[in-house]
Design a protein around this ligand. Structure first.
Ligand code: CTP
Length: 467
């Protein structure tokens, strides 16, 4: 059993193998511990950073929760981001008691606030009329029945809720209780670690309980320029020696890798991936980061270009980057990739087979319709991954962008119903005619219903007496 359970130590230092930052000088840093942060100061900082309107809302929720005997706290990433004066984060509240009761009371007493309760997760969302929203969750402890298994949860007090978390920097809270509004809870020295730029787990089983924390940690390391604290690095190595990721479901692994691939500073994340010896998670063989970076940056340019021109269309950005990362994988290793639960994963494999052939085929294509057919044989991420291999001014890039902007949305002016109304029988032949009409449209031979009808007559598909 590798769990963080009620019988686990909940003292400030939960395990002597992890040196806790608070109140000491860490071996890795000579930065002294962060000094005290009184409630009055937090109050002032909240007002400065988040503004009076939000502060009033937090006071309102704190009062309602206290009246119900279920204290409320700001918790997790929002406290971390607040301490770093980062732009307004998503706000998470931890409630020491019945979340539903607090959310419903808020919705009844705070003008215009609406709550949605999710019984399955025991969480609630509170939405204000101006679109602002807060997430509420019950304080809990977690018990992991097996390494990498999903945890079983039990209600708990805030102190126990903090120790179940991933890193010291995410295990801080701020009380919203009217009696002690602004009181700062930081039992594991998260604030000192933030100042020293250290990423530190809270207990030695953390990565074994939940290996997704390794990738979360890598993301935090990149986002906030953190270094692994020495004993946390040892625990990472231990978890990798135990091949802990093999126990994680593909879906959970992919979700974390997707977040990683979508980091703005992906080049730094790939550097870190090498330093943390995590390349095997992404591909069977490591890549030289330097030559890869240019392609990644071009891939990101193409992704931005696409979002700029098609703001309403969905694109799995990570699939573009994954296609770039998998481009050179030998087919022998490719079988492994079939097991990836990537959205569009099937398409990525099809693309990997086709990508090398496309440039030569494009050079030979004589008609716009032939060019469009080649682009059509790739998925959207595949197209953008191919464009990333060429400079923005290259003819391939221009051809691909032209296809996306102008050709992809073109349809035949006549549809199946129109053709049947003109006397053509339903069946595979009708499909072929529609395909020819589509090509004729791409090649500029037709532009509307009338020119399409005349074209069908010229092709001998419709008799010339047709009205
Ligand atoms: N958490 C955890 N272990 C995980 C996932 C989450 O301990 N595997 C805890 C952390 O305390 C974290 C909080 O849940 O701060 C909220 O998680 P999440 O919203 O995923 O991340 P944030 O820390 O808020 O960071 P981000 O800015 O990326 O949303």
């Amino acid at each position: 059993m590798t769990a963080m359970t009620t019988d686990r130590p909940t003292a400030i230092n939960p395990d002597p193998r992890i040196s806790m930052g608070e109140g000491s000088l860490d071996a890795q840093s000579t930065t002294p511990s962060a000094g005290p942060l009184p409630a009055t100061q937090i109050h002032q900082m909240l007002r400065q950073q988040w503004g009076d309107a939000l502060l009033r809302r937090l006071h309102g929720i704190g009062r309602i929760a206290a009246n119900l005997g279920t204290p409320a706290y700001l918790v997790g990433g929002c406290v971390r981001d607040f301490l770093q004066n980062h732009p307004m984060p998503d706000i998470d509240l931890a409630i020491e008691g019945d979340v539903r009761a607090v959310a419903e009371a808020c919705s009844a007493e705070l003008s215009g606030a609406q709550c949605t309760y999710h019984p399955h997760f025991g969480t609630a969302i509170l939405r204000y009329p101006d679109g602002f929203q807060l997430d509420l969750a019950r304080c809990r402890i977690e018990h992991y029945p097996a390494p990498a298994a999903l945890p079983e949860v039990q209600p708990a007090a805030i102190q126990a809720d903090l120790i179940r978390r991933d890193f010291t920097i995410n295990a801080m809270a701020i009380s919203l209780d009217p009696e002690k509004f602004g009181e700062f809870l930081d039992p594991y020295g998260g604030r000192t670690d933030l100042q020293r730029r250290l990423l530190r787990v809270l207990h030695p089983h953390s990565f074994l309980d939940d290996p997704t924390r390794i990738l979360r940690g890598l993301r935090f390391a990149v986002r906030f320029q953190l270094q692994l604290e020495a004993s946390t690095r040892d625990l990472l190595e231990e978890a990798l020696t135990q091949n802990i990721f093999a126990r994680l479901s593909g879906a959970r692994l992919w979700r974390e890798l997707k977040y990683l691939l979508e980091l703005t500073d992906l080049p730094a994340a790939l550097e870190e991936l090498g330093a943390w010896q995590l390349w095997p998670l992404l591909r069977p063989t490591p890549l030289e980061v330097e030559p890869l970076l240019a392609k990644i940056r071009r891939g990101q340019q193409e992704i931005h270009w696409f979002h700029r021109h098609f703001p309403d269309e969905k694109l799995c950005d990570a699939a573009v980057l994954l296609t770039i990362l998998w481009r050179d994988i030998p087919w022998a290793a490719e079988k492994r990739l079939h097991y990836w639960p990537v959205t569009d994963g099937r398409y990525i494999l099809n693309d990997l087979h086709r990508l090398s052939e496309i440039p030569a085929a494009l050079a030979k294509a004589s008609h716009p319709s032939a060019v469009a057919q080649l682009w059509e044989s790739l998925s959207l991420p595949g197209i953008l991954a191919l464009l990333a291999e060429y400079p923005e001014t290259d003819t391939i890039t221009k051809s691909g962008r032209y296809y996306l902007l102008k050709q992809r949305g073109l349809t035949s002016p006549l549809n199946g119903k129109d053709l049947q109304a003109m006397g053509l029988a339903p069946g595979p032949q009708l499909g072929k005619v529609l395909r020819h009409l589509h090509d004729a449209r791409l090649d500029g031979a037709i532009k509307d219903k009338e020119t399409a009808r005349q074209w069908l007559i010229r092709q001998g598909i419709l008799p010339s007496i047709q009205p």
